[in-house]
Design a binder for this molecule. Structure first.
Ligand code: ATP
Length: 368
């Protein structure tokens, strides 16, 4: 049954203190990730942060300088790729052009000496899973990009791997197809219960697909948390600005405890924030990160947390309205409101007041 298969496939994956050097470059710097069986974890970060290097190490394409890769409690360091129970889907699909779709899917089974009849029935089962059961006799060039991507996924899953690695698998697809495939891959991953690592530099993709997101910067792990925590309560200024957009305001921390802080902004007013992260004491300079949706334009606002400004521009973006407002410290602040709440755009030059939509939404970090 499906559920007993999930139980078999859901292997844990521990990356234990992985370090990788290329000559003088420290590509991965002591990264530890403890991944649960059946979990989908996204490795997210800017170009060069070490995502692909980590993936290659898990797959066995290169040996790490330091640390261990542990699957289901057993170290697999030193095993060649073909002896690791790992399936991989690449951005460019890498299908064999001279083989039919069904032959592509059966390839790994053939290489493992599985008999022809089982190869055929397993390939069909995998093609049904990715909803291409009717296209087994086609050649890869006769398929669309999204269909080729599904075949690549079926081929990776056919050998019943313990771990599935997805290397920027949607990067070559156009926007609408990408969203469909993200939902589809998530469905298949849930159904098969396979522990999955998704490498991406697309933050929306990471947040929408992953159970937990590992944010990397310059080879170091910045944060490893569920998507909502990454977005709402980032551990660092880097994570706050890399994931989503953020208005950065300077100020002085007035006081703080575990549940929150109070900051006097250089632009005027004081604001209730989340508890500051990192080393910062009352009296210290801080950077406050307010996301555009944390603020609203409110002409009637009069509290201590109100900011005065002048509208630079108003943009109707479909479901939301965004205003860019110049505030007293000279910085431009973006404010995003649901259009249903804000029927009108303010014209450039209009003096406005900005207020937080709720207290303690903003994150605070020691000033850089
Ligand atoms: P991208 O999103 O651009 O693929 P990435 O996060 O996957 O980036 P990696 O490819 O893992 O990053 O590279 C991490 C660092 O290691 C980078 O500084 C890169 O220049 C360096 N690097 C990668 N491969 C090699 C190599 N074979 N020799 C030397 N340096 C390398």
């Amino acid at each position: 049954s499906q559920s007993s298969q999930s139980a078999q496939r859901g292997q844990t994956l521990l990356l234990d203190g992985i370090t990788q050097r290329y000559g003088n470059t420290l590509a991965v710097d002591d990264v530890t990730l403890d991944i649960k069986g059946g979990e989908l974890v996204a490795l997210l970060g800017p170009s060069g942060c070490g995502k692909t290097t980590l993936l290659r190490i898990i797959a066995g394409f290169m040996a790490q300088t330091k640390g261990h890769v542990i699957v289901g409690g057993e170290a697999i360091d030193g095993l060649p790729p073909n002896r690791r129970s790992v399936g991989i889907v690449f951005q460019n699909y890498a299908l064999f052009p001279h083989m039919t779709v069904a032959e592509n899917v059966a390839y790994g089974l053939d290489a493992r000496g599985v008999d022809r009849a089982t190869q055929r029935s397993e390939a069909q089962r995998m093609l049904d899973l990715v909803k291409l059961g009717h296209l087994g006799d086609r050649m890869p060039r006769q398929l669309s990009g999204g269909q080729q991507q599904r075949v690549a996924l079926a081929r990776a899953l056919a050998v019943n791997p313990s771990i599935l690695l997805l290397d920027e698998p949607f990067a070559a697809l156009d926007k609408n197809l990408r969203l469909d495939m993200q939902i589809e891959v998530k469905r298949i991953q849930r159904l098969s219960g396979i522990t999955t690592i998704l490498v991406t530099h697309d933050q929306e993709e990471a947040l929408s697909m992953a159970d937990r997101v590992a944010v990397l910067s310059q080879g170091r792990l910045e944060q490893f948390s569920p998507p909502t925590e990454i977005y709402d309560a980032p551990d660092s200024l880097f994570v706050n600005t890399f994931v989503g957009s953020a208005n950065l305001l300077s100020g002085v921390l007035l006081d703080a405890d575990r549940s929150g802080g109070t900051v006097r902004l250089d632009a005027g007013g004081t604001i209730e924030t989340r508890a500051p992260k990192g080393e910062v004491r009352p009296g210290g300079r801080v950077t406050v990160c307010l996301r555009p949706e944390h603020l609203r334009v409110d002409q009637a606002a009069a509290g201590a947390d109100t900011l005065n400004g002048v509208v630079e521009m108003g943009l109707p973006l479909g479901a939301t309205i965004v205003h860019e407002v110049r505030i007293a410290d000279g910085s431009a602040v973006k404010v995003s409101e649901p259009r249903i709440d804000r029927a009108a755009l303010f014209a450039p030059g209009t003096p406005v007041r900005l207020a937080p939509v709720a207290p303690r939404l903003a994150s605070v970090f020691a000033a850089a």
